[in-house]
Design a protein around this ligand. Sequence first.
Ligand SMILES: Nc1ncnc2c1ncn2[C@@H]1O[C@H](COP(=O)(O)OP(=O)(O)OP(=O)(O)O)[C@@H](O)[C@H]1O
Length: 744
Amino acid sequence: MNELVLSDETGEAVIDVRDLSRSFGDLVAVRDVNFQVQQAAIFGLLGPNGSGKSTIIRMLLGILSPTSGSANVLGYDAVRDAEQIKRRVGYMSQQFSLYADLSVRENIEFYGRIYGLDNARIAERQAVVLGLTGLEDRLDQLAGTLSGGWKQRLALACSLIHDPEILFLDEPTAGIDPVARRQLWDLLFELSGRGVTLFVTTHYMDEAERCTDVGYIYMAQLLVLGKPSDLKSLPAVTPAGTRRYELRVPRPAERLPEIRKLEGVRDATLFGETVHVMVDDRLTPEKLATHLSTSVDEADIREVPPTLEDVFVTLTKNAEEDRTHSQETLYSTNAPRLTLSQKDGRGVAALTKPGDENKRGGPFAGLLAVMVKEFFHIRRQPSTIFFMLVVPVMQTIIFGYAIDIQVEHIPMVVFNMDGRQPSQQLVDAFVNTRRFDVVGNVGDEDSFQRWMATGDAKVGMKIPPYYSDRLIRGEQVEVQVLIDGSDSQVATTALNTSQLLGVNLSLQLARQKAEAVQMAPARDPTGRADLPIDIRPRLLYNPDLESAHFFVPGLVGIILQLVTLFLTSFAIVRERELGTLEQLFVTPVSRAGLLLGKLIPYAIVGFIETLIMLTVMIYLFGVPIRGSVGLLLSLSMLFMVCSLGLGLLVSTIAKSQVEAVQFAFVVMLPSVLLSGFVFPRSQMPLPIYLVTFAIPATYFIEILRGIVLRGAGLLDLVPMVTGLVICAIVVLTISVSRFRKQLE
Ligand SMILES: Nc1ncnc2c1ncn2[C@@H]1O[C@H](COP(=O)(O)OP(=O)(O)OP(=O)(O)O)[C@@H](O)[C@H]1O
């Protein structure tokens, strides 16, 4: 396809766009766009919301790949050599997001480091950009506390720190007052005077007037391109046989529909207090005044040249009227002063500066800068420190005490219809197990049932009136024990305890009787009747069956995963939400530099957190580490790598912090429920049991319990460590390969 360049341009093109298109699904955001920008030009790209301006900039910066066509910036292909471009251009995105909790100085220095400048160069450039933007007196102010205009200046300072050859500004003046807007433009002119090429998108017509070249994009298509003065003289804007007048009438907005209907008026638009009309030649100012029941002097009617707004309004109307016309047809019929020519690409490649590669790069470029920045964030946000260090300890303490599988003191109601000593002994026997607390004694069936129905008692014991009599007579007597089955763990404990108690009490009675019998079932060494088989269980590792011994080590693993997973995914998604991630993508920071810079600080915090939680486990819960502490810490690091990787994975899927929370929960739930932390894995149905092998926490909890409770060594843990290593490799491979320095 032919492309539009101004016939009188002879300078070097630093941006060369050919047939550039980009679709998002069915939506064509940019369609067959062609243009060039000369060195030191101020190129303004105008267009309504959603017309494709930002998409073009993103493609030029190499953070969004084109669907078709090509873009060449400073002689580099925007797809193939995106990283080369990023070193040499600056970008102020639509909501250039500064780090609000970093000071002016810290923001500027961060971008300096990201671009690989050494300290001396940062100081030198900082002086230049501060001088340019007038930020010298605000160096230590937090960026978040600056007013809109000053924020824009800081954004400009950050995007200029590396002395870029082209500066892309996506609606740089949106939302700032007219004075700040003018000041920003003064800065842009100064930059242009210094040879920097500026590529600006804007909605403001007065800003478009200040550009050396302007392109107008409408519904993904570039409708026109040229110098503002050339565009104003396009025949399509003021067709032959027409003139433009400006006139003043009272209440112009109200009268506009009437003016539009006047004979000979082709178009009328409001311009502040005035109305601009395009009329047929034959409609003289006098006739127009007569139609409006006024005079030429009173309405101050005078002929005016078209403004850029007239240009764009007219072209938009034309485009809307005939959407089937191709861009080429529109230009060739309506824009004779713009020539259609084939660009030969000359001079573009020659723009590559030798010695560019000397700037610091490599696979870990920007690592230190991102790490330092991350520590600044952590330092400035007390809530993060609280979440990372205090909350885990509180959780360990609370859950460590709360999770106790030993069910004791089950509330019991007693309906004792007998009331004599043997029946009282039975009640005492229940209470003495410590499993039951008598919370009520009732004297009638209704009250008994009510205690159970309200849930005030979980167990109800009904002793019949003949209990003592039958016992003395040596007859069997039933005692009814009702158990509330709604809480299965409490019910199971109550059921087992009461059955066992029944057997025990019966045995005691039977033993007394058996003493007198010749053939007792068995006798102990002193000759007393005894049970024939004596099974003697011995509890290893946790002889007192303390729940804390079982749960707290697992809890350390779960909380470590929880905190590292959430913090990592949030740290990245928050930047995406703020727009600072896009800003980082257009810098030469390497993928590894960005990733490790984000992950290492949280790994260090996670390590400190592990030490604190293990200390709490040992000294507060009295759970000593029987095995090697070194091994435990090394394997904790391995597990943390897995958790950080999972956090990274979540951040590649989630678009917002809310989504990050949801995804993080999806990851956490199986870790809590299926890892064996609460429920034994061996009791799970086979499909679920198989799933548990894919959960890193499964291995780490086994490792923790092994080292802490059983004193297991590395050899004893080989299967678990292997499982964890495989999980770490899989999670990291998937998440790192999904994390791209691209917006897609
Ligand atoms: N990542 C994306 N996924 C889907 N659609 C997108 C994406 N980015 C942009 N679009 C769509 O592409 C079209 C062009 O968007 P773009 O942001 O380039 O417009 P714009 O001219 O910069 O608008 P504005 O002035 O409002 O910033 C819009 O319809 C937008 O919704």
